[in-house]
Design a binder for this molecule. Structure first.
Ligand code: PEP
Length: 249
């Protein structure tokens, strides 16, 4: 059985490098090696902590990347910079980035950039509302088609998808999603990937769940829902909770 991929997205936390080191040091104490691979995605200024502690217990990820390679793009961080800091994964298309202007076309460019630099994109998709008519499925289908434009069969094998229903994310979530709701969308995503590429590629693609994952609901998503892992916001900042989620894998 493949290891579960547990990704912690620290977002814009914590507020100082000192606090980031304390958090990082408690995460690398967690022994996850048997059943889970742990990816930690700190904000860009803290990425070098990973090489400072020379740990193999957690894999380094970044929260976003520029569409540009280099040059006059003030404030941007390029894929090769992330790679040189030791990042293996990059989150792309997170709803909080889409909200401030990351269109599907931008998401696609970023995915291509990440792949070109030999890292693994974690591509977030998910609807704002779950309507009874099923329009959310067309919304996700459209996100996937645009995200995967110009991505070859050999490249797509390095992509991870995170299904993150926006209504279930963060403190403002309407409610928690259920494992059944995840199963439905996971099957739907595999169908879309199968139509674009092949049944084999769809079958092997890792599909994570994200949205208010916590120690109480983690087991249901993993063992009933068949999630290949998680993208976790809030509870990745609380080592005890993060550890309990990892343990459920
Ligand atoms: C997220 O923003 O990707 C996320 C899943 O956050 P949370 O776990 O806090 O809902």
């Amino acid at each position: 059985m493949a290891k579960k991929l547990i990704v912690g997205n620290w977002k814009m936390n914590p507020q100082s490098v000192k606090e980031a080191e304390i958090l990082f040091k408690s995460l690398i104490k967690i022994d996850s090696s048997k059943n889970a691979s742990i990816v930690v995605c700190p904000p860009h200024p803290y990425l070098s902590i990973h090489s400072k502690y020379k740990t193999k217990r957690v894999i380094l990820g970044a929260q976003d990347v520029s569409i540009e390679d280099s040059g006059s793009h003030t404030g941007e961080v390029g894929a090769s910079m992330l790679k040189s800091l030791g990042a293996s994964y990059v989150i792309v298309g997170h709803s909080e980035r889409r909200k401030i202007g990351n269109t599907d076309a931008i998401v696609n460019k970023k995915i291509l950039n990440i792949l070109k630099n030999k890292m693994f994109p974690i591509v977030c998709v998910g609807e704002h509302v779950r309507d009874s008519g099923g329009d959310y499925l067309s919304f996700i289908k459209n996100q996937l088609h645009q995200a995967f434009a110009n991505i070859s069969k050999s490249q797509v094998k390095n992509i991870v998808i995170a299904y993150e229903p926006i209504w279930a994310i963060g403190k403002e979530s309407v409610r928690e999603a259920t494992a059944e709701e995840f199963i439905e969308v996971k099957i739907f995503i595999r169908k879309i990937i199968s139509d674009i590429y092949s049944a084999n590629i769809a079958h092997n693609m890792a599909i994570l769940y994200g949205g208010s994952v916590n120690p109480k609901n983690a087991s249901a998503f993993l063992h009933h829902g068949g999630a290949d892992g998680f993208l976790i916001g809030r509870d990745s900042l609380v080592p005890k909770k993060f550890e309990l989620i990892i343990k459920s894998a």
